[in-house]
Write a protein that binds this ligand. Sequence first.
Ligand SMILES: [Zn+2]
Length: 638
Amino acid sequence: MFAPKVGARARQEPRIHGLAPNLSQSDNRLRVLDATDIVRLVGEHVALRPKGREMVCLCPFHDDHNPSMYVVPHKQIFHCFVCGAGGNAIDFVMKFHGMEFLEALEFLANRAGIELVKRRREPEVGDAGGKSASREELAQANATALRFFRAILAHGEYGRTGREMLDRRGISSEMVETFQIGLAPDRWDGLLQFIASKSLGTSLFLDAGLLKSRSEGDGYYDALRNRLVFPIFDQIGRVVGFGARRMNEADEPKYLNSPESRLFDKGSTLFGLSQASRAIQTARCAVITEGYTDVIACHQAGLKHVVATLGTALTPKHASILRRLCSSVVLLFDGDEAGQRAADRAHEVFFAEPVDVRIAVIPGGEDPDDLLKREGGVEALRAVIDGAKDVLQHRFNRLASRMAAESLAPGSAGRVRLIEEEIDRLVELGLRRLSPIMQQTVVRRITDLAGVDSESVSAALRKRGVGPRRGGISEVAASKPAAMVSPLEHALGCLLLEPGLGSAEPDLAREILESAAYASPPVKAVAEAFSAAIAGEIASLASVLALLEESESRQVAAALAAEVDRITEGQHARLVGHWRQCVQRQRLETMRRPIAGDGARNGLDSIREAIERRRRIHETIGSDPLAIPRPLTAAPKS
Ligand SMILES: [Zn+2]
């Protein structure tokens, strides 16, 4: 087996820079990665579709309008060819959910049903140990409280009033299970006693907003009392907070939500998303409503692609979560004026997103829950959703009725002023980011509305930087990083993709890995991890990624492999050809570089080493039977 010097050193010193420092830790990550299929994982978060041997999707890590992210099943990596995001399953979870490394590892372990080997004693739930609680700890406290609330609802005596209320509201037992509905008992110390009986600390429950401090004297009391409790899950199924509806109509307010915490951000959470996400992907459409009882009523009626905001307006974060899952969003509102205003704000959030946004208004001011309770309500609601108007139409209808109300004649100064204001607003909302076709549609509609010729509308748009010349260029494409050009990086990518090249041509591989010692820190770390991997068991891209400590290095490794995979289209012969060509070009590059440049930073020894390295390369060139004739005959001779 091919075992280069770098690898031998790595075996003796497992703590070399950039490599996993801890054995149980690297064991954990290998077990978790073995049990995780990246295609399924990514597919649970964004809509994937097959393209050749790979799967592609809109990249969730930049403002992507064409699928730029590739998931490579046979290598278990993902890589975005535009923003460069990439790595293995752990990297995906870290980036997507903004998790720490250990949090992501834990999440994937839970998902795969794997018990992690603990490094040290983990603190008990409820004991934040004086430091601020981690999100995982808050989620555990919420999960503990949920077990309590669910046990109360199921209890023969204490849960009766809650079950009766659910019956009256027509919520089926299946929905009680699906949405994990519970009941907070009618007392000040229900949860508090439960926590005490489990010998748990109170601090996490305070942080999660489930307990409150007494205003006089010591001690705590339950924040939620005598309320139906609706847990709010994040997309990965953690309980991040609770919504609670009063049991007694005299209690205020009608609905209570958990306070925001490190774990719970209302502006990026949608009620029902974890239950709806499959249906949203299947239907390629999400329906957004306003209340959680509306969501439950819709799911019960078979409309399972419905979610709700949590008492906040829609935010760009909501929009970006949904556009990863589907291509079309219907905003479902009650017909009253407040609903109309909410609709106006909401479609502004979605205006420049690459999703088709439509607005559906239920006539008569009923909410979906009321409508569904009526005879034929399900069909009526479906008809409302199917009849949703596209957002531009909705916007321009409102503008047209305003012009009519102010009796502004077509072409009049007042009408032109309104149109100019509208154009300014659209530009603010991101008109420049729309596709050229959509921009044309906007021009046409404004022209019709204004009663002026299309050239003056186009001129007004060009004045604001929107138009055929600049408008079509996506801002992302402009910031696209330069393509990788270094033959060293390509050669390393070949090795990562097909580690067998290393054992087939060990001298060439050693040369590349040694050259990498002079490359940028992430590339150097990738080469070291590769050496360590082939020095040990059978090397694979997965084992190299698992050895890399820095996520930047994993991103580089995934990018190198994905780039070479794309060029060679999965054909072994092309890969071998590309590999030899890159090795050859790398030799030329090494010789062209001034020697002082190699070693100036590290002093005389490195310069000697660099000269020695170069001498060896010169010896190899010309005698190496694998060498391809050099395209540049002017390369210097020693
Ligand atoms: Zn990207």
